[in-house]
Design a protein around this ligand. Structure first.
Ligand SMILES: [Ca+2]
Length: 223
């Protein structure tokens, strides 16, 4: 009986070991497969193929609740006269040691575009933090093979802004994995010890293609 128990234990440990090896190998396969979906690509020479995907990106619609706050909700607000040209915009306030703050909008994609081009305006006031303020496009997939990676099939970030920076346009493009069924566009700030204020306004995201040829509408609006 003792020997049988011992053999059973060895068999269980062996099975777990094999399982671990398979998991590690498959993880490597997925990360290789997703290579290229985690860094921005040049937004120039892309062809815009559809309408702006973001709702209330200028924050002028008081009734819209498309934007969701994450992390420290109380520190982020949509307010009059904090946006560009004294319009309505979004303000995130970081106090020392508060860490980070962000807001986001989810967009369902039935037919994912090859690329999404994002433009957003950001301003910072005395923003002191390691990471700075930036815009992020996170793609997720419910496809079975991606669930081992929490559904994330790409995270692409804009350049970062900090200090005292007047209204600046961030513009970048994210390659979208064909299995993507949802993207989330984040305005985000902070990480580590952080303080200061960040303002966002006029956030847009356009489906685009890398194909060449005659464009029907290749002008990205620049509000
Ligand atoms: Ca505005």
């Amino acid at each position: 009986m003792k020997i049988e128990g011992c053999l059973l234990s060895i068999a269980v440990v062996f099975a777990l070991f094999i399982g671990l090896i398979i998991f590690l190998l498959s993880g490597e396969k997925y990360s290789l497969k997703l290579e290229g979906y985690n860094s921005p690509i040049n937004p120039d020479s892309l062809v815009v193929v559809g309408e702006n995907l973001i709702h209330n990106g200028d924050f002028e619609d008081h009734d819209s609740d498309m934007w969701r706050f994450a992390f420290q909700e109380k520190e982020g607000k949509i307010l009059d006269r904090v946006g560009r040209n004294n319009s309505r915009g979004i303000m995130l306030v970081l106090k020392q040691d508060n860490g980070r703050d962000s807001f986001n909008q989810s967009i369902d994609l039935d037919d994912p575009p090859e690329v999404v081009v994002v433009t957003a305006w950001v301003k910072t006031e005395d923003l002191q933090c390691e990471v700075g303020a930036h815009v992020v496009v996170e793609s997720s997939s419910q496809a079975q093979e991606h669930e081992v990676r929490y559904g994330s099939v790409g995270v692409v970030k804009s350049k970062k802004v900090s200090g005292n920076t007047p209204w600046t346009q961030l513009r970048f493009a994210a390659l979208i994995h064909p299995d993507t069924d949802e993207i989330r566009v984040f305005g985000s700030v902070g990480g580590g010890r952080s303080r200061g204020k960040v303002f966002f306004d006029d956030i847009q995201a356009f489906p685009a293609s890398r194909r060449s040829g005659p464009a029907t509408n290749n002008n990205i609006q620049n509000p």
